[in-house]
Write a protein that binds this ligand. Structure first.
Ligand code: 5IU
Length: 274
């Protein structure tokens, strides 16, 4: 087996100083403080359900991931409530918007419209397919607000075209843009190969499950240990495995704790490789 990526041997706390972006710093601080590398993806379709899930899992997570465009009754009051909970329960909000247009259009999609994402979401993400203008467009809105951006370097779904040289070029695009706004990647592996001294990227991986191995629509799951220990990702993103569990309020809470524990154990184990 090849040598572990150097970033995976550093504790989250030691990586805070390697970031100037306030959202990246806050994520690492929360992870260290709450002993969690778990993000919960709250893919439900009403504000009431979403807030209920967030209240149940909030203590166990470093991040809550949203898809605001699937929420039927989305309002900015809901977004404000989410922001309030993010402060009370100490987590970061990640709107998984996957921007994919030219710079001018994404700057409008990010700042305006019904959702006004930049006004409430600490972190968002973008496809690299349009080229570096997408980063510049989003940065013109998000950077002054202290927001962060992830690029999609790989996806968890079967048959994804984000592999090989696409993934490499995405990494290069992030390097070219600099680390003031782009703070990391959505990926399945440690895609930040050959990182220089002091260069630190956050790798977040969806497609995580302890029970199921996939769904009927191409999703593929790996365990928290496979993601954090074997592949060296920093944050596990879990959706249906947590909010979809049968058994009511306490079951969702317990399942979040189970994933938090598994993810943290894998992180501690990887630090022990030193
Ligand atoms: N998501 C993925 N895979 C990806 C990317 C995003 O699953 O490569 I980029 C999103 C989709 C969904 C969540 O919001 O992460 C995973 O949900 P489940 O754990 O319910 O499959």
């Amino acid at each position: 087996m090849s040598a572990p990526h150097p970033t995976t041997l550093k504790p989250y706390s030691a990586r805070i100083e390697l970031h100037a972006n306030p959202t990246a710093r806050r994520i690492l601080e929360i992870m260290d403080r709450k002993k969690t590398n778990l993000a919960v993806s709250v893919d439900v379709t009403t504000t009431a359900e979403a807030l209920e899930v967030v209240r149940r899992v909030g203590a166990s997570v470093c991040m809550v991931k949203t898809h605001c465009d699937i929420i039927e009754d989305f309002t900015l009051d809901f977004a404000n409530e989410l922001v309030k909970l993010s402060k009370q329960l100490d987590f970061v909000i990640f709107e998984d918007r996957k921007f994919a247009d030219i710079g001018n259009t994404v700057s409008l999609q990010y700042s305006a419209g019904h959702h006004r994402i930049a006004s409430w979401s600490d972190l968002t993400n973008a496809h690299s397919v349009p080229g570096p203008g997408i980063i510049a467009g989003l940065s013109s809105v998000g950077l002054p607000l202290g927001r962060g951006l992830l690029l999609l370097a790989e996806m968890s779904s079967k048959g994804s075209l984000a592999v090989g040289s696409y993934t490499e070029q995405t990494m290069k695009m992030a390097r070219g843009a600099g680390r003031d706004f782009v703070i990391g990647f959505i990926a399945q592996n440690r895609v930040d190969t050959n990182s220089g001294e002091g260069e630190d990227w956050l790798i977040m991986s969806p497609g995580v499950g302890l029970v199921s191995i996939g769904d009927k629509l191409g999703q593929q799951y790996r365990t928290p240990r496979e993601v954090v220990y074997d592949s060296g990702a920093d944050i596990i993103i879990v959706g249906r495995g947590i909010y979809g569990i049968q058994g009511g309020e306490q079951a969702v809470k317990d399942e979040a704790e189970r994933y938090r524990t598994e993810g943290w154990k894998a992180y501690e184990e990887r630090l022990g490789r030193k």
